[in-house]
Design a protein around this ligand. Structure first.
Ligand code: SF4
Length: 172
């Protein structure tokens, strides 16, 4: 069977973002994955019980997702509300969903404090980003999934096709 991919729900057109919007990705590869039954749609923040809409949250300045997962750093809103527990729970739920579905890769909305895979906001709530991962992306990567940003969907497709070919090859 084609390998499965965990995809950020907002990229599938679900209006689950903090501001109530979605980020539907209009891509032929995504439609192909849907037809192949590869996609496991998931929103870590919704899974953690955070509402839509919800206050924007960022990993605190100077920290990274690994530190949040280890309980050494926080995810906070602009007014300082600590949402770390929800973000860690959402990350764990994403990993459980991926594991249950047998997903080997993820295509995630970049720059999110949960789903960012190449960059995240810098913790100063001014729109700037820094290289880094969101909490769920870091959890999935730690579990061995190969994580791609939505801008990398063509690379994700090449990786999946190579993975499927390897899986189908007889042992020599
Ligand atoms: Fe999209 Fe991830 Fe944010 Fe949910 S947590 S709205 S899936 S970027």
């Amino acid at each position: 069977a084609p390998a499965r991919v965990l995809v950020s729900a907002c990229l599938l057109g679900e209006a689950v973002r903090w501001d109530g919007s979605h980020k539907r990705l209009d891509a032929a590869v995504l439609r192909q994955w849907q037809a192949e039954g590869r996609i496991v749609g998931f929103c870590p923040e919704c899974a953690a019980g955070l509402p839509v809409p919800r206050p924007a949250a960022e990993i605190e300045a100077g920290a990274d997702a690994a530190a949040v997962l280890a309980g050494r750093a926080r995810v906070v809103t602009r007014d300082g509300t600590d949402l770390s527990a929800a973000f860690v729970a959402g990350a764990e739920a994403a990993w459980q969903a991926a594991r249950d579905a047998g997903a080997v890769a993820a295509l995630l909305k970049d720059a999110s404090p949960s789903c960012g895979s190449r960059c995240v906001h810098d913790g100063r709530f001014a729109g700037a980003t820094v290289p880094g991962r969101g909490v769920a992306a870091a959890r999935l990567a730690a579990a061995g999934l190969v994580v791609f940003a939505e801008t990398e969907i063509e690379a994700a497709q090449r990786w999946l096709q190579a993975h499927d070919a390897d899986s189908a090859a007889p042992d020599s």
